[in-house]
Design a protein around this ligand. Sequence first.
Ligand code: NAD
Length: 282
Amino acid sequence: MTVIMDGKLLSEIIINQLKIKTGKLEKKPHLVVFLAGNNSASRIYVNNKKKKAEYIGFTLSVVELPSDISEKDFLEQIYIMNDDSNINAMLIQLPLPNNLNSQKIIESVDPIKDADGFTSYNFGWMALGYNPYAVPCTPKGIIRLLDEYKVNPEGKNVIVIGRSNIVGKPLSLMLQQRNATVTMAHSKTENLAEIASSQDIVISAIGIPNFINSKFIKKGAVVIDVGINRTEKGITGDVDFNDVKDKVSMITPVPGGVGPMTIAMLLENTFELFQIQQNFVL
Ligand code: NAD
């Protein structure tokens, strides 16, 4: 029988554990989210994060910036937060308006306050296999889900489809550190279905609804669907769930799979950064 990997439930468990730990703190973690421009999807994501952060007992402040903000003014806001010891973590909500250089803005966040693990300091330490202050939330959430369902990637053939800096690239590195044999596929990969259909674990982060069907899947494979695609039928993943569900051993649903894990990992990263800054361990 196919196991549905319940990211919603696991994320709720993690969030409730964070709430208990936060309840014991005198000073509470403070996360700042920079929201530039008027992207309605970003606004929904930020509100979602705020609700969960406040449920835990964190402070979450949203800094709203106009879409025509200059790079200099944006950087100044971040420098102020870097110097403010009451701010423990920061997140730049992506995508940024086109006039801004996203990596330059991200790089200006002090790595010890980098809740997404996107600065080159944290990303570099992760890539080298050391312990950064924080690792990117979506890959971290996927690894946590695999652990929860006792899917050990060691020695397994794993294909990661999509090589973005926020999902596919860091995930492929994290899986290598777990001793998986990783194939990194992307839009220029030839014979993708043939390659994918020999893999033990298939992870798709491409952003094309229902692209991955049963032709891409070996019988008994584990499938992780990272895609969040807005269609006229609502939100769908990259995987044609109904087409593959009887062929796979485990699969994440969309919604309710990787998405809620990403938010839980953001909040966990915030808590961990706070702890590092306080220099104590509960
Ligand atoms: P992106 O657009 O930055 O990158 C997409 C990647 O997919 C690229 O590397 C590209 O080469 C590859 N790709 C595109 N078409 C392809 C094809 N036909 N065959 C093979 N590879 C192809 O995307 P992203 O920001 O990584 O997001 C990808 C998807 O994941 C989106 O649907 C996004 O909404 C979703 N996402 C979900 C979460 C979550 O928490 N669940 C987090 C981040 C992104």
